[in-house]
Design a protein around this ligand. Structure first.
Ligand SMILES: [Zn+2]
Ligand SMILES: [Zn+2]
Length: 78
């Protein structure tokens, strides 16, 4: 059994798992919502990203974002 420091609450804990990062399921859950709140690039609404690279609040906005990127530099009238 090895001792680790929880990446979320910074408390030491012991685990049989050599790759353990979190002391509990609760902290593991926290780890997924740790990213700072961002504003969606499409609707500018605040949202909690689930991945650091996310740009959009929802699937709907990400589709719009990808369509805009696909149109690229061609002239586009809103
Ligand atoms: Zn913890
Ligand atoms: Zn959005």
């Amino acid at each position: 059994m090895a001792e680790f420091i929880c990446k979320v609450c910074d408390l030491p804990f012991k685990s049989y798992n050599k790759n353990a990062k979190y002391c509990s399921q609760a902290c593991k859950g926290q780890a997924y919502i740790k990213y700072p709140i961002k504003n969606c690039e499409i609707c500018e609404k605040e949202y909690k990203p689930r991945v650091a690279t996310s740009k959009y609040c929802s699937l709907k906005c990400s589709v719009i974002g990808k369509n805009k990127a696909a149109i690229g530099n061609s002239r586009y009238c809103e």
